[in-house]
Design a protein around this ligand. Structure first.
Ligand code: NDP
Ligand code: F7E
Length: 322
């Protein structure tokens, strides 16, 4: 089985690669194909086409994307929509042209309407307006789902989509502005303990609620969905809604999260909020009943995951992306 993992140096792609390498080392017949961004720019249609035609993988896992937190999405909307549309269109179309039977792509919980009923079920897609801070990225992710559905409908392909909630873990981006909230807070609280700062400020009101999934759980869920036989996958999705939510089914407010990160990093000062910064979506909690019914559930609790990620950060601070 020849598997191409796009985005294998990213947080999710590297976690998926670790699990596939472990399977290969345990005796599974896996030929794992990777290319760095420098070796293959997935926004380059001709290059992607040539690569796919030459390699002809059996399976493609699409974990490459332009990714960032609320500030990055809000500041660089053109790059977020352009890069992600191009990556999805190029990879999915070239895979089809090269005869790839099965593909798994990663979307995001931001595909759902800003004010979707909570928890958000798969059929909430396209039922209302999106959150403005990440609408361009969300539109590209929705296009990815529709690309897969269209190749399945017209050509009988087996292209699947998983929609992760907010992710975190080893290999995350700890940039002070462009990262997601959890790595940003780990870094800010850690630095406050180092400098002896009396207060740490978090963005927004602290009231939004988010659901956080450890990337090792996400990698396991991705391979679980990829491994399902086609009849099982199709029986648990709908012809026009071929995506599956992945999450823990539990959420937490950003202020509660900040208090947890403060405890884990040993920060004992004050936590202040900055309401001049955007809150984004008020609440994002996935309905994970489809995946649970199929037999998968998250294993890594949030506190345990934050502690492990903080240990990773301390051991790898020199190579965090900042
Ligand atoms: N992190 C999160 O909280 C969430 C992530 N997701 C989704 O999961 C997937 C993986 O995200 P994550 O691992 O966090 O992101 P990362 O930024 O950690 O990894 C993305 C990877 O894609 C590569 N990449 C980006 N652009 C290109 C390109 N033009 N050509 C080739 N490679 C490229 C990056 O390489 P380089 O760094 O060299 O550019 C990087 O290795 C994405 O689809 C994302 O939308 C969904 C929900 C939440
Ligand atoms: C995964 C998901 O990620 C993004 O959406 P988001 O969930 O809003 O992501 P976020 O992690 O950046 O923020 C979550 C909440 O946390 C608050 N917050 C506090 N303090 C910091 C802080 O220091 N940094 C950040 N980034 N946020 C902070 C922040 O104001 C917000 O209320 C999109 O890219 C979207 O497209 C997407 O897919």
């Amino acid at each position: 089985m020849k598997i191409y993992i796009a985005g294998h140096r990213g947080m999710v792609g590297s976690a998926i690669l670790r699990q596939l390498e472990a399977r290969r080392d345990a005796g599974e017949d896996l030929d794992l194909i990777t290319r760095t961004h420098a070796e293959l720019d997935l926004t380059d249609q001709a290059a992607v086409r040539a690569f796919m035609a030459a390699e002809r993988p059996d399976v493609v896992i699409l974990a490459a994307a332009k990714v960032g937190g609320i500030h990055a999405n809000n500041t660089y909307p053109a790059e977020f929509i352009h890069a992600n549309l191009m990556i999805a269109a190029n990879v999915i179309h070239a895979a089809h042209e090269a005869g790839v039977e099965r593909l798994l792509q990663l979307g995001s919980s931001c595909i759902y309407p800003r004010d979707a009923a909570q928890p958000m079920a798969e059929d909430a897609l396209l039922t209302g307006p999106l959150e403005p801070t990440n609408e361009p990225y969300a539109i590209a992710k929705i296009a990815g789902i529709k690309l897969c559905e269209s190749y399945n409908r017209q050509y009988g392909r087996d292209y699947r989509s998983v929609m992760p909630t907010n992710l975190y873990g080893p290999g995350d981006n700890f940039h002070p502005e462009n990262s997601h909230v959890l790595p940003a807070l780990i870094r800010r609280f850690h630095e406050a303990t180092q400098t002896g700062a009396e207060r740490v400020t978090i963005w927004g009101t602290g009231r939004p609620r988010r659901e956080f999934l450890h990337v090792d759980d996400m990698a396991e869920a991705s391979l679980f969905v990829l491994d399902l036989d086609r009849a099982t996958y199709e029986a648990n999705t709908e012809p026009m809604l071929s995506h599956i939510n992945v999450g823990t089914g539990e959420d937490i407010s950003i202020l509660e999260l900040a208090r947890m990160v403060a405890e884990v990093t040993g920060f004992t000062g004050r936590i202040e909020t900055d309401p001049t910064k955007p809150d984004g979506t008020p609440r994002k909690l996935m309905d994970v009943s489809r995946l649970t019914a199929m037999g998968w559930r998250a294993r890594i609790g949030l506190r345990e995951g934050v502690e492990a990620t903080y240990r990773w950060y301390l051991e790898n601070a020199a190579r965090v992306r900042a």
